[in-house]
Design a protein around this ligand. Structure first.
Ligand code: GCO
Length: 257
């Protein structure tokens, strides 16, 4: 392995990716496995995860499955425990699972607000807490929280999503301060507009599609594979002195007016 290859290599590392059955989560899982990590794919439903794990192992990559609901505190703790029992280590956590609900403020009920905050923020906090224990004990770890450009700016109809993603960046900074001295870095990735299932309603909306393309200097939606470099960088030795950052991968959208 060349010096540069080993800088970005995740060989021997175990990574847990939430929301890994589709969309950006799947892209993160593919990227980390490609860099040599054993990836534990997690989401609520086992079938889609099994399919993903098989796809990766067919390519000679290492993957397994842990299905649990990130909203369930006990299930979260159990999942991390059994991952540790199986692998003896947890090096990388990608806090990716997230939901979005779009509605006008007048129709935005409290239950919906709470649901989005529970999944996008509280669940990430709990997983980070559980993962930080073995990481700090080992003196090495990487927590990557998947925020959004909506963690840096806002737009109408998604108040809970915007609040949760701003909160996630805040939590990233607090945990970076606490865990940095113990060898664990905590960073956020802020994806811009990517062509995923979650974004389908927006891509089909001509006006919104036009807004994304014209507001993004690169002039188009992102392909999920374009997040691979950022996640491997932050999860590997290459990112060893990057801590508490919120890295926008948005084609330049938040850099311009
Ligand atoms: C929306 C979108 C976004 C994206 C993404 C952008 O309704 O504006 O769904 O929030 O999903 O997070 O980074």
């Amino acid at each position: 392995m060349s010096k540069i290859e080993s800088l970005f290599s995740l060989a021997g590392r175990v990574a847990l990716v939430t929301g890994a059955s589709r969309g950006l989560g799947w892209a993160f899982a593919e990227a980390l496995a490609g860099a040599g990590a054993h990836v534990v794919l997690s989401a609520r439903h086992a079938e889609a995860l099994e399919e993903g794990a098989t796809k990766l192992s067919d390519r000679g990559l290492a993957a397994s499955v842990a299905s649990f609901d990130v909203r369930d505190e006990a299930a979260t703790a159990t999942a991390v425990e059994s991952l540790l029992a199986d692998h003896g280590r947890l090096d990388v956590l990608i806090n990716n699972a997230g939901v979005i609900k779009r509605a006008d403020l007048a129709d935005y009920d409290s239950g919906t607000w709470q649901h989005v905050i529970d999944v996008n923020l509280t669940a990430c906090f709990r997983l980070a807490r559980e993962a930080a224990r073995p990481m700090a004990a080992a003196g090495w770890g990487r927590i990557v929280n998947i925020a959004s450009v909506m963690g840096l700016i806002g737009r109408p109809s998604i108040p809970a999503y915007v609040a949760s993603k701003h909160g996630l960046i805040g939590m990233t900074r607090s945990l970076a301060a606490e865990l940095g001295p113990r060898g664990v870095t905590v960073n956020a990735i802020c994806p811009g507009y990517f062509a995923t299932e979650m974004a389908q309603p927006l891509m089909q909306d001509e006006e919104f599609n036009e807004m994304v393309c014209s507001r993004t200097p690169i002039g188009r939606w992102g392909d999920p594979g374009e997040l691979a470099g950022a996640v491997i960088f932050l999860a590997s030795g290459a990112g060893s002195y990057v801590n508490g950052a919120a890295l926008a991968v948005d084609g330049g959208m938040t850099a311009v007016l």
